[in-house]
Design a protein around this ligand. Structure first.
Ligand code: ADP
Ligand code: MG
Length: 329
C-alpha cells in the first residue's frame, strides 16, 4: 500500500527549508524563530535597506526553475545593496506559495542559499503564506553614511562607467517571448544572464570613496541613468561605440546592438559616475574584484542624454526603459 504524502505544515516548512543553524555574533543577535530578528549594524555605520518582489507571470515565467528563481530573487536584491556601496548583512523572505511542493522548496532554497553563502548574507526571518507564487525579499546592509553611492551625488564632469556587459538578458527575454529568433546555443548563453544575474557586490564595496553615484541596471541603461541625472540635476553624453555589448548581442545587427545595450533591462550591472581623477582607482577597484568596467561617457551640466555614434553624430534613440504601469515592451 502506497503512502499518501502529507502536506507540510507552515512551521515544518519554515523549519525544514528556511531555518538553518547559524552563529549569532556582533551583527546578528537573534535569527529565524521569534517575533522579530535582532540585528546590530556595525558601530558608526548606517543600515541600508531595500525590497524587491518577483511575481509569477510578471517577473518570471510560470513553471520557472525554482533553483534559478531562488538565485535571482536574492541576486536582484543584492544588486541594490551593491549599487549603494553597502555590505550585505541580512535578509528576510516573504513567500506566497500555491502549495508546499517539497521539490520546489528544496530547489528554491538551494539556489537562494548558494548565493547567500557566497555573498555572506544571512536569512533572518520572513513570512510564509499560501497564495499565487510571489517571492519578496528585503535585504539589509551596512555602509558608512558619507560613502553611500547615492543617486543624487553625481557631479558635472564625472566619467560615466558601466560594469560587465549589457543587453543579453533582454535579448533572452524577447527570444523566450517569441519576439526575436536566436539559435539555441546563443539563447542558452543569453538565458544565463536573464536567469542567473551576478550582483556586483564586491565592486560596489570597492567603489566606496571612489565613485560619486551609482545605480544598478535593472530596467535599461537609459532609464536607470536617467534616475541619477534627475536626482543630480545633470545631463550626460554617451559614446555608443564604447558600450560593452554582451557576447550574444555582439552578434546582432549594429542598430540592434545599440538599442539593446541602451534599453535592455535585467542585466544587474552597475552604472556609476566618478571624477576623471579617479580613473586609475576605478580600474583598480574593478581588477581587485575581477569585474570588467567600461567608461562610456561623461556627465554634463543641463539635462537629458545625448548618444553619439562612432563619427560623433547624434543618434536618435528613444528610451523604452521598463515601467510596470506604462504600455509597451
Ligand atoms: P508571526 O506570526 O510572528 O509573524 P510566523 O509564524 O509568520 O511569525 O513566523 C515564525 C518565524 O518564522 C518568524 O521568526 C519568521 O520570521 C520566520 N519565517 C516565516 N517565514 C519565513 C521564511 N519564508 N523564511 C525565513 N523565515 C521565516
Ligand atoms: Mg508571519
Amino acid at each position: 500500500m502506497g503512502t499518501i504524502p502529507r502536506m507540510l505544515s507552515e512551521f515544518e516548512l519554515i523549519a525544514r527549508y528556511f531555518d538553518r543553524p547559524q552563529a549569532c555574533d556582533g551583527v546578528l543577535r537573534l535569527g529565524v524563530g521569534d517575533d522579530c530578528a535582532l540585528l546590530s549594524p556595525p558601530v558608526g555605520q548606517t543600515l541600508a535597506v531595500s525590497t524587491d518582489m518577483l511575481v509569477e507571470g510578471r517577473h518570471f515565467f510560470a513553471g520557472a526553475d525554482p533553483e534559478k528563481l531562488g538565485h535571482k530573487a536574492l541576486a536582484v536584491n543584492l544588486s541594490d545593496l551593491a549599487a549603494m556601496g553597502a555590505r550585505p548583512m541580512a535578509f528576510t523572505l516573504a513567500l506566497a506559495l500555491p502549495s508546499a511542493d517539497e521539490d520546489w522548496l528544496a530547489g528554491f532554497a538551494r539556489g537562494m542559499f548558494a548565493l547567500a553563502d557566497a555573498e555572506g548574507i544571512r536569512l533572518i526571518g520572513g513570512d510564509t503564506t499560501r497564495g499565487p507564487l510571489n517571492v519578496c525579499i528585503t535585504v539589509m546592509g551596512s555602509v558608512p553614511e558619507a560613502q553611500a553611492l547615492q543617486r543624487d551625488a553625481a557631479r558635472a564632469g564625472d566619467d560615466l562607467w558601466v560594469s560587465g556587459t549589457l543587453g543579453d538578458a533582454r535579448l533572452a527575454l524577447e527570444a523566450l517571448q517569441g519576439k526575436i529568433a536566436l539559435p539555441s546555443a546563443l539563447l542558452a548563453l543569453a538565458e544565463e544572464r536573464l536567469h542567473r544575474p551576478t550582483p556586483r557586490c564586491g565592486l560596489g564595496l570597492a567603489l566606496r570613496g571612489i565613485a560619486n553615484a551609482a545605480i544598478d541596471v535593472s530596467d535599461g541603461l537609459l532609464g536607470d541613468l536617467g534616475h541619477i541625472l534627475f536626482r543630480s540635476q545633470l545631463g550626460a553624453v554617451i559614446d555608443a561605440a564604447s558600450l560593452p555589448t554582451g557576447p550574444v548581442l555582439a552578434q546582432q545587427a549594429p542598430q540592434t546592438q545599440a538599442d539593446y545595450a541602451l534599453n535592455g533591462g535585467d542585466d544587474y550591472e552597475l552604472c556609476f559616475t566618478a571624477p576623471p581623477a579617479n580613473r586609475d582607482a576605478v580600474l583598480s577597484a574593478a581588477a581587485s574584484t575581477s569585474t570588467t568596467v567600461t567608461r562610456i561617457g561623461t556627465l554634463i551640466p543641463g539635462s537629458g542624454i545625448q548618444v553619439l555614434d562612432a563619427a560623433g553624430k547624434h543618434m536618435s534613440l528613444t528610451s523604452r526603459s521598463f515601467d510596470h504601469f506604462s504600455e509597451g515592451i
